[in-house]
Design a protein. Sequence first.
Length: 248
Amino acid sequence: MNHIPPSSPALPDGREVLAALKQAASERILILDGAMGTMIQGLKLDEAGYRGTRFADWPSDVRGNNDLLNLTQPDAIRAIHLEYFLAGADMVETNTFSCTSIVMADYGMQALAYELNIEGARLAREAAQLAFEKDGRRRFVAGALGPLNKTASMSTDVNNPGHRSVTFDEIVAAYAELVPALEQTLMGLGTASYEDLRAQLKALVHPGFLRDTPYERLTELPQGYLVAGGLIAATLGAVLVTIAVRTA
């Protein structure tokens, strides 16, 4: 059964955190952290660095699995979060951008998805506490839900337009697995990155859990990345993404 490790910090009061976040946003523009991937690249880790001792004998290569570092290089991940906080960020996102069983299957690590999210959340919260102890300023942590490496919106077989490499139910199940992990360890604040029609699939996950979460409300902070031509990941315009989120 999934559970919170005994060493995890006490669960925060989601309603109090949301009130504090709204108050802070009413007083100033809040700053979100920057890219996690480039900071990790700066560590210049080799294959052994990604594996650590726990996965030293893992049968496949794991270099590039940045979320695995929540388990193998926790001090480095915590330090990156802390660096962003001390540079002025009010909020950081957990290092869980690819922590779904669907993405982790590329490394044969789909069974680790829940644990990776738990640890990613813990590290970010610890960094927030360290920053607070340094200067007394309240920080926030958001659970990051990134896109998948598969899509249900188009065929991956040129000879079969109806073929899909993943189904709607499989996508929902993958996000359903990690959302409770972030809810259990964070303040009930979630973020998601919307690239294409998967945006709506991810937005659909949260409401089903709101009825069961101990928090009064789980706040969603959707993000969209604009590229050339005003499109998001070259598939959807900002207006269509807005409609997808509002109608999810």
